[in-house]
Design a protein around this ligand. Structure first.
Ligand code: FEO
Ligand code: CA
Ligand code: CA
Ligand code: CA
Length: 662
């Protein structure tokens, strides 16, 4: 029986911590690496000095933009801190409830199980059903994209909210379940429907956001939604499966982590830890050694879900090309409810965290994307064509042609963007690259050969809308050894992460080189052993650990969300949102604004264009050792004895109707 026939829904209804164990072999240093590391360590010191200088020079150079920003802020500066963020800082404490700075409301907008598609049944946490989950809001909300309505407007009170559902916590979804690996087929189907993406229509009325019921835009994407594959890998042998012998379609999207929006009004949905959904006997798979090397580099074949027991496509011995249909960036047009999502293979295949799009001055579109794993890389894609602001349709396939590059951070503060182009340098048949399809499918291996810089888990990337500088969140890397430190990743056993600032040369995001410096090194600045680096005014509530998703408000202030995972309890601070200036006196002065409920991570921050609403995604509340369906560490947001904790989206607004941060 084919999987199509095994679909858990009738045909009418059909369309309707993370694994960060490194699979980069270069994390075991060679002698050469060790020598380089020594050199780099000296360079790192120089880099640190350079950082201070760049910071100071940057402040002067950017005085104009900074002034422009503070002008629109009416020159408001907190007299105590010198930050343009004048809210009263929230207390750092782990609590079963969420919390927000004084003077703000944090209202739950939508929870796992709430209705998305019009005829969705009521959520019953004691009896999850396939029929329900297919139409209800999925689990573990991550990326949030706010898309104003109508298309092309800057409406800050009515829009679409596009939401990724990254993964599921079976032990918190069902009574008596310890692991996803133990689930029966019905529950596997529910898991597959709780992943993916939701589009909802939202509206603000009388200061409160609500989901618009029975919206024509409402839809769910799951593991059963048909998608197109486009770009250099489309139609290639390595994408052909028994379900699709053409290699031009994929069934579903998975582990949708962060993402991004494009200037033409589509969303980019990242596929991150796709490898953990594939099982089966790797040794028995009839594939080439190159394919097996590809699996190894990505960690395919070590399942964390039982899907392969019930669906051949997740068993690599039975359907060995199926993993190649995942690990892409998916583009969705949320304004067209019938649009088929497209996997854009030109952007490369790796564990995509997010996709930050910016239009370069010359019209080329640039997409930055992190590969979130220890010792993996930061990528950049530059379109061949140019953005046409007057013709939406002309932009719809812009992401199919262009140049993918990977970052090499040099100790002198420069950064080389190394192009991943078939036939150039080592990317030839000698190294088992036979065309550009191989290069994009095995972007990681190509990047290894080019000598990219192994980073401390590149998560989200964001471009400052005021200054054009680029910010990269590096979550942490406790596996980095002293001999592996380099200028951009200067701490061994990096428990706290950092934010790196990249300055495009002359503002050109397509240039072969950029410069960079470390914007902040997270950790507690009061404990010297953390080697934290911020503005000296950071308070005991304002320090952070494990920066993950980042976002800018319209004034060019950076907002950082955190994901400490199980370290939340060790660090004894909750995950949440921090805001900081990037220029002027308050540069790198992080201030604590919103707190997640216990053992949740903070995801998806996004502002409405007027900066008066901040939407955030609270992911996996109660994901901690020993917590179960019946005994969670919090029952947020319902606090009902019969309801487990629920991942939810929260809308934050100021009680007086003002801008976030004021
Ligand atoms: Fe899904 Fe890298 O966070
Ligand atoms: Ca993340
Ligand atoms: Ca972001
Ligand atoms: Ca994360």
């Amino acid at each position: 029986m084919t999987e199509k026939m095994e679909h858990p829904l009738s045909t009418q209804e059909k369309e309707i911590d993370s694994d960060d164990i490194s699979s980069n072999p270069t994390d075991t240093p060679s002698l050469g690496d060790i020598v380089n590391a020594r050199v780099n360590r000296r360079g790192a010191l120089k880099g640190m000095l350079a950082t201070a200088v760049v910071g100071a020079v940057g402040t002067t150079q950017l005085a104009k933009t900074s002034q422009a920003a503070s002008k629109s802020l009416n020159g408001r500066i907190d007299p105590e801190t010198g930050s343009t963020l004048t809210f009263k800082e929230l207390e750092h404490k782990i609590d079963e409830n969420d919390g927000v700075a004084e003077g703000y409301n944090a209202d739950v907008l939508i929870r796992w199980g709430d209705k998305v598609v019009p005829d969705a049944p009521e959520f019953d946490p004691q009896r999850l059903t396939v029929r329900g989950q297919a139409k209800q809001f999925g689990y573990n909300n991550d990326f949030l994209g706010y898309m104003p309505l109508p298309l092309g407007s800057a409406n800050s009170e009515h829009g679409l909210l596009c939401v990724n559902h990254e993964y599921t916590n079976a032990h918190l979804m069902w009574r008596g379940v310890n692991s996803s690996m133990d689930l029966n087929k019905e529950r596997v189907n529910i898991e597959m429907l709780a992943h993916g993406h939701s589009v909802i229509e939202v509206r603000k009325a009388f200061g409160k956001w609500q989901v618009v019921e029975d919206s024509k835009y409402a839809r769910r994407l799951t593991l059963f939604s048909k998608m197109k594959i486009a770009g250099p890998a489309a139609g290639y042998n390595r994408l052909k499966t028994s379900e699709d012998p053409t290699g031009r379609t994929a069934m579903g999207t998975v582990n949708n982590c962060a993402g991004g929006v494009t200037p033409w009004g589509t969303v980019l949905i990242a596929e991150e830890n796709f490898h953990g959904y594939f099982g089966g006997d790797v040794d028995k798979a009839a594939v080439s050694d190159a394919e097996k090397a590809s699996w190894k580099r990505l960690g395919v074949g070590k399942p964390r879900y039982a899907w392969y027991k019930y669906y051949d496509r997740f068993d690599v011995a039975k359907e060995p090309m199926e993993p190649n249909r995942f690990g892409w960036m998916v583009e969705l047009d949320p304004y067209n409810p019938d649009a088929v999502p497209v996997k854009r293979t030109a952007l490369g295949r790796f564990k995509h965290e997010g996709a930050q799009t910016t239009v370069n001055e010359d019209g080329h579109v640039v997409v930055y994307s992190g590969d979130d794993q220890r010792f993996d890389y930061l990528y950049r894609f530059v379109t061949k064509g140019k953005y046409n602001p007057n013709d939406r349709e002309a932009n719809m396939n812009l992401l199919d042609e262009g140049t993918l590059s990977v970052a090499k951070f040099n100790a002198d503060g420069s950064l080389d963007w190394l192009p991943l182009v078939y036939g150039e340098g080592p990317l030839t048949s000698t190294n088992k690259f036979h065309n550009q399809a191989d290069v994009v499918i095995d972007a990681r291996i190509a990047a290894d050969l080019l000598g990219a810089t192994p980073m401390d888990r590149p998560e989200d990337v964001e471009v400052n809308p005021v200054t054009g500088k680029v910010y990269v969140a590096l979550t942490n890397n406790t596996k980095r050894k002293p001999e592996q430190v380099d200028a951009a990743n200067p701490r061994a056993n990096n428990k706290y992460g950092s934010v790196v600032e990249i300055i495009p040369n002359n503002g050109d995001h397509t240039a072969a080189q950029s410069t960079w410096n470390i914007f902040l090194q997270a950790g507690n600045p009061m404990i010297p052993g953390h080697q934290a680096k911020y503005h000296p005014g950071v308070s005991q509530n304002g320090w952070l650990a494990a920066p993950d998703n980042v976002s800018f408000d319209r004034f060019g202030r950076l907002w950082i969300s955190t994901d400490q995972g199980s370290a939340q309890r060790k660090n004894n601070i909750p995950d949440g949102m921090y805001g900081t200036d990037t220029e002027g006196f308050g540069r790198a002065l992080t201030r604590f604004f919103y707190r997640c409920p216990a053992d949740a991570e903070m995801c998806g921050p996004v502002f409405t264009p007027d900066s008066k609403t901040l939407f955030v995604a609270v992911q996996h509340p109660s994901e901690t050792k020993g917590a179960t369906f019946d005994n969670p560490s919090t029952r947020w947001p319902d606090f009902d004895a019969n309801t487990p904790p629920r991942p939810s989206v929260v809308a934050i607004t100021k009680k007086d109707g003002g801008e976030i941060g004021s």
